[in-house]
Design a protein around this ligand. Structure first.
Ligand code: FNR
Length: 360
């Protein structure tokens, strides 16, 4: 058997994951009024049954206007808690840790669902709403110009993140991830391409990091010491004059000092039409660089497909966790199959496992 630590337990704060394989958060655009549904239970529950160590619920909006689309999951109201709690309970019953990603879409909110084209919905009559951001700069041609958040409104969003974290605890989640990637609100404040403010939230790096730092600080205060806090970032905008890896290292150091435990290293989506050198594990170097230079745990994500590739990322110390997205959509049992192929004894779901042991 391969000695890969990929399949060994991993402890972060008071949480021990059964392995280092995580399900990356993936929007299903299948909610109404933010509510989790049976679809979400099956979508997330089947990957828990499939052996991953950590299941992260999709970008979940902390306020209604922070949804990418009317189909986004939400956690801005107490009535969102129970259906999420049902999911968290089932995921935990399958031996995986339930985590949730808390999000605000900023200037990229108010869009149609992607399988209908994903275009911005500008008219309230068609289900759209006014969007907000650091500066009145639209994401793309045809995108709305965001309302520039006032300092008081920023305070309100920080409060909304806190309320969302409290509801996440009530729902039984064991990990929270702050979504500060992919061109959504917190990333928009980080990047000089979308943030042209002249107040204490704009200009120098210190100021651009302030909003996210405040969210991280607030969440660390309201969640138990034993509970890990992750942050997903886009390590680079892949654009001239934008956010980059050096700034990401500085951000990671700051977040670490505020009690963030792991940086989940994605990239891009702040500005459209950029060239991204897509390829297997193309974002892994960001996880490695941030892990080494900021001395914080990292997660690697993006076109991680084969088990050998995932094993190497952990073996080589490039990241502490490996997150899979689309490959887990194709194969919910990826983790159990990978571990079995690597020669590990792994517990299949009870109702399946004995079947495989029987002689035919
Ligand atoms: C995503 N991704 C994503 N990322 C995130 O941080 N929050 C989210 O809610 C979503 N939603 C989402 C939906 C769908 C359908 C896809 C395919 C992707 C990005 C995802 O988590 C992951 O980072 C990328 O898909 C790259 O990893 P893979 O798919 O190459 O393993």
């Amino acid at each position: 058997p391969h000695p890969a630590p990929l399949y060994d337990p991993y402890t972060i704060r008071g949480l021990t994951l059964r392995n280092r394989i995580a399900m990356s958060p993936m929007c299903q655009y299948s909610s109404e009024d933010g509510m989790a549904t049976d679809w979400h239970l099956v979508h997330l529950g089947s990957r828990a049954a499939g052996g991953v160590g950590l299941v992260i619920v999709e970008a979940t909006a902390v306020v209604a206007e922070g949804r990418i689309s009317p189909g986004d999951m939400g956690i801005w109201d107490d009535r969102h808690v129970e259906p999420l709690a049902r999911i968290a309970r089932f995921v935990a019953s399958q031996g995986a840790a339930p985590g949730i990603q808390l999000a605000h879409a900023g200037r990229k909110a108010s869009c149609d669902v992607p399988w209908r084209g994903g275009a911005a919905i500008l008219e309230p009559a068609k289900g759209g709403w006014p969007v907000v951001g650091p500066s009145p700069i639209a994401f793309d041609v045809g995108s709305p110009v965001p309302h520039e958040l006032t300092e008081a409104e920023i305070d309100g969003v920080v409060d909304a993140f806190e309320a969302a974290a409290r509801r996440s605890l009530a729902a039984g989640f064991q990990m929270i991830e702050i979504h500060a990637a992919h061109g959504y609100l917190l990333h928009e404040f980080l990047s000089p391409l979308s943030n042209k403010r002249t107040d204490r939230y704009g200009g120098p790096l210190e100021n651009r990091m302030r909003f996210l730092a405040r969210v991280a600080e607030r969440l660390r205060k309201v969640i138990p010491d034993s509970m890990p806090l992750f942050t997903r970032i886009s390590a680079t905008d892949w654009a001239e004059g934008g956010w980059d890896v050096d700034q990401s290292v500085e951000l990671a150091k700051r977040l670490k000092s505020l009690g963030v435990d792991l940086i989940d290293c994605s990239s891009g989506a702040l500005v459209p039409h950029v060239k991204i050198p897509l390829g297997p594990g193309y974002q892994v170097p960001f996880a490695r660089r941030i892990r080494e230079d900021a001395k914080i745990a990292t997660g690697a994500v993006g076109l991680i497909i084969d088990r050998g590739q995932a094993e190497m990322i952990v073996d080589n110390g490039e990241a502490d966790l490996v997150l899979l997205g689309r490959e887990l959509l194709r194969e919910p049992y990826w983790a159990l199959k990978a571990a079995t192929e690597a020669g590990r004894e792994v517990p299949w779901p009870v109702a399946y496992g004995y079947v495989f042991k029987q002689r035919r």
